[in-house]
Design a protein around this ligand. Structure first.
Ligand code: G3I
Length: 339
């Protein structure tokens, strides 16, 4: 049967995956990455911690390698991510904490980081995740009135206006890249939909103020123990109705497993529930005209972030630990073939 990328190309959709560049040394892995996907995202290699491990010394090697792989295989690249509270360089966090980096200096450093990184990759990035995970979840204790997380590192030091500035700086450095706000639980995934409502109201306000935001990325980290987010399509459509592009940016569907190595589901029906969830996210995207890409957060279970972050869970990707495709893969293939 045809590959995911070939089937998606017929209907103008890009199917993507996160990639950890050292995996490209394994021919079986690289072959799947090249044949099944038409857009790639670096799992970690464009994050600040990786690109500037020592202040003033850049290391673009991981990102460059991925861009080169993409170009060799006719793929586009999602850049990920310019402003996030996580995976910041130690020198930056320590400098802020011990007072040797003032807030004014921090602002200048962020400006420089964004301009230098976007300029380095200028013309090579289709979509940039400019800002990542700024909104409060129901369990975060200090949301601001508009729902932004008051405890966020950047918001605490520079105020919430820094998010808009990040988009302005990125746009100046590469006016052709599509600039995304990326987050989780913002398309029907949380029960009350409060986070999705907050992001919607915020982005609407940003657009009214002329902030150069082109899209909203919903990460799509789901778990079979919770119900499928049935409002996903409606929420994606709501962003699209503001004139924005939308994308599924980090899809995976975790479930309980016997152990973190073999990642065998404890429930024999889990592979089918998982297929259903992957497929449901794809169908939500297909139903929204402005949904331009559907990206999974890695494709082989051996590379998944899940076992390390959710104890007892795993089996989250389209291929198992031996790179064998699962029912979820077939479900996506069938839906794309019929779309
Ligand atoms: O590089 C070090 C290595 O030297 C060390 O030996 C090893 C020991 O644990 O850690 C390695 O760093 C790990 C890094 O991934 C690279 O593999 C970190 O511990 C680990 O925390 C880090 O996890 C990443 C995570 O973001 C950090 O929050 C995952 O790979 C990455 O997939 C994940 O991606 C995020 C997206 O960027 C944003 N949305 C959520 C998503 C999942 O958390």
């Amino acid at each position: 049967a045809d590959s995911l990328r070939a089937l998606a190309a017929k209907i103008g959709l890009r199917v993507g995956t996160a990639i950890i560049p050292y995996d490209l040394d394994h021919p079986d892995y690289a072959a799947i990455a090249a044949s099944q996907f038409s857009v790639v995202t670096p799992g970690n290699e464009m994050k600040w911690q990786v690109v500037e491990p020592t202040q003033g010394t850049y290391d673009w090697s991981g990102g460059d390698r991925l861009v080169q792989f993409a170009q060799e295989h006719g793929q586009l690249v999602r850049g990920h991510t310019l402003v996030w509270h996580n995976q910041l360089p130690d020198w930056l966090v320590q400098g802020v904490n011990n007072g040797t980096i003032s807030n004014a200096q921090l602002r200048d450093l962020l400006h420089k980081h964004i301009v230098d990184e976007v300029t380095h990759f200028k013309g090579k990035i289709w979509q940039w995740d400019v800002a990542n995970e700024f909104f409060a979840n129901s369990w975060d204790p200090h949301p601001l009135p508009d729902g932004i997380n008051g405890d966020d590192f950047w918001v605490q030091h520079l105020g919430e206006g820094i998010i808009a500035d990040a988009f302005r700086w990125a746009h100046q450095a590469d006016p052709h890249a599509l600039l995304f706000y990326n987050d989780y639980n913002i398309a029907g995934e949380d029960g009350t939909n409060a986070k999705a409502d907050a992001v919607y109201n915020w982005v609407k306000k940003m657009l009214a103020e002329g902030v150069p935001i082109n899209g909203i990325g919903d990460q799509g980290h789901l778990d079979t123990q919770y119900g499928f987010p049935t409002k996903m399509q409606e929420d994606l459509q709501r962003y699209a109705d503001l004139g924005l592009k939308v994308a599924i940016t980090e899809a995976d569907v975790r479930t309980f497993v016997t152990d973190a190595t073999t990642q065998q589901p404890t429930d024999p029906l889990a592979p089918y529930a998982q297929a259903n969830y992957y497929d449901g996210m794809l169908k939500a995207c297909l139903a929204v005209k402005n949904c331009i890409s559907y990206t999974v957060w890695g494709f082989g279970d051996a590379d998944s972030w899940i076992p390390g972050f959710f104890s007892g869970e795993g089996y989250a990707n389209l291929y198992d630990v031996n790179l064998q495709p699962k029912p979820a893969y077939t479900a996506l293939q069938q839906t794309l073939a019929l779309a």
